[in-house]
Design a protein. Sequence first.
Length: 302
Amino acid sequence: MSTSTETAASTATAKSPATAASPSPAKSPATSEFDRDTAVTLRAPGVYDADLSAGWTIIHAVNGGYLLALLGRALGDHLPHPDPFTISAHYLTPSVPGPAVIRTETVRTGRTLSTGQASLFQYVEDGTEVERIRVLASYGDLDALPDDVRTTAHPPAIAPIENCFGTSDGPTPQIPGSSAITERLDIRLDPATVGWAVGAPSGKGEMRGWFGLADGREPDPLSLLLTVDALPPTSFELGLKGWTPTVELTTHIRCRPAPGPLRVSITTRNLAGGFLEEDAEVWDSADRLVAQSRQLARAPRG
């Protein structure tokens, strides 16, 4: 999907599914690249140091889902509750690889939910500190939720994983800049949503595929914040190419995902005035809806 104030087209790159047919062996958080690259270090109460890894860039900026996970980790450390329930992010300026500072603040603490806010800052060449992204989030304990599901939602219709396309299975659009994030994701796109890759977009504004991390790390609530912004932007299937920077992204985490690959479905119903929305659903291997998101993004200008 689009990258935060970064590059949605980036998404494209990283977005053609990644790699082979057999999943990588599972990695523990201690050895996972995702966990190492979203690590934060407490400097002072509420203040964390971080290093934005170049490994999560697409085109010329750091992926928005990766940034959301980074701030999500800082808030999870700062707040008394462990799991993100809802997190809304406004992407203010494009983030770049390198040092960053995250400042967190507790807004309210209750028995079942705590609310906090966080901002990520980087220094630019003239020494000015620039705010890149600001989030407001509510955290709770997913394991304490009642097992009560009443829904009309159904898992998306996606071709079997062995019939879907990864980055090595066909042509990928040539996009200037970095595509480093593609090496860290295992995305297999449904054949019905890859027309854009061969110059024949469907015009439907849909993107569907299987998602996992390339090193085999199993999904958890934090990695779901990356998942909702990891597929190519739906604008590709609308026949548009180029950067689709995210303006705002809200994600709801509904339950702790089961081990195994995730299924992701993203749709756009309305592109107007140079902006489009992307609605994402993430389903786990137990056929549960584990995350939902909506983002507003600028449509590509090219």
